[in-house]
Structures are given as structure tokens and as C-alpha cells.
Design a protein around this ligand. Structure first.
Ligand SMILES: [Zn+2]
Ligand SMILES: [Zn+2]
Length: 133
């Protein structure tokens, strides 16, 4: 199995070979702040499983972590942390092609989860934007 993906503008693409280690929704405040979304999602591979085409911009987001993104379109792509995740790379999974085929396997960092996240199922739903159906 291989997984492919790319940033929004296509300047950066990637291929990951083999099975991912996990695919997790991350509720941590650090991912929230960096991504600009209430929850983010990561699929992890060993570093040597991943081949990147193009040159992401690297941002040192904490003492041991770097986050990489496309300098043209701003899409967040990769997270690396040698202390926490040695020889691993997390791929921000919204960039992965055919993501519907790859269900999430866990929710992590739920200590930081926003209190209303568990009530999403109760919200009104719209197939498109409200008023466009
Ligand atoms: Zn891009
Ligand atoms: Zn996180």
C-alpha cells in the first residue's frame, strides 16, 4: 500500500510506502494554534517510508519539534519531533488523497479537547451552506 498527497497548490507532494503507524485526531492546543482549526489530524510513518517532492518551509514550533508547510499556499504538511516521535514523521492527513479510505484510529491529547467537541453530533446539519440546499 502507498499513500499519496499534496499541498493545496501542488508545489509539494509526497508518497508514503507501507502501513501508517496510526491516524489520529489531535486535540492539543499546540496543533490548534498552528493549524488554525479546533482539531487537527495526523497520519504517522517512519521517516524512511516518506518521500517528499518539493521544498517545504520548516518552522521550529517548540524546543524539539518542527512543523513544515508549503511556502506558496500555506498548507500545513509535516510534524517532526525527535524526542517524542523518534525517526517518525506525522503527515497532516487532510493533505492525503482518498482520505475517505483511511479512517482515523485514535483521538489523542484529549486533555486539551474543547469542551463542546463532544456535542458536534447534536448540531444542525446542512448538505451545503445554510440556504443553499
Ligand atoms: Zn502549496
Ligand atoms: Zn497536536
Amino acid at each position: 500500500m502507498s499513500i499519496t498527497g499534496h499541498c493545496h497548490c501542488g508545489a509539494i507532494s509526497f508518497v508514503a510506502e507501507g502501513k501508517p503507524l496510526y491516524h489520529a485526531l489531535c486535540h492539543c492546543a499546540d496543533c490548534r494554534s498552528w493549524s488554525g482549526t479546533p482539531v487537527s489530524s495526523w497520519m504517522a510513518f517512519k521517516t524512511d517510508q516518506l518521500t517528499i517532492t518539493g521544498q517545504p518551509v520548516r518552522y521550529r514550533s517548540s524546543e524539539n519539534a518542527t512543523r513544515e508547510f508549503c511556502g506558496s499556499c500555506g498548507t500545513g504538511l509535516f510534524y517532526r519531533n525527535q524526542n517524542l516521535l523518534p525517526d517518525m514523521v506525522d503527515i497532516q492527513s487532510g493533505t492525503i488523497d482518498n482520505l475517505a479510505l483511511h479512517p482515523e484510529t485514535a483521538q489523542i491529547m484529549t486533555k486539551d479537547k474543547l469542551p463542546w467537541m463532544d456535542k458536534l453530533e447534536t448540531l444542525p446539519r446542512f448538505q451545503k451552506y445554510p440556504g443553499m440546499e
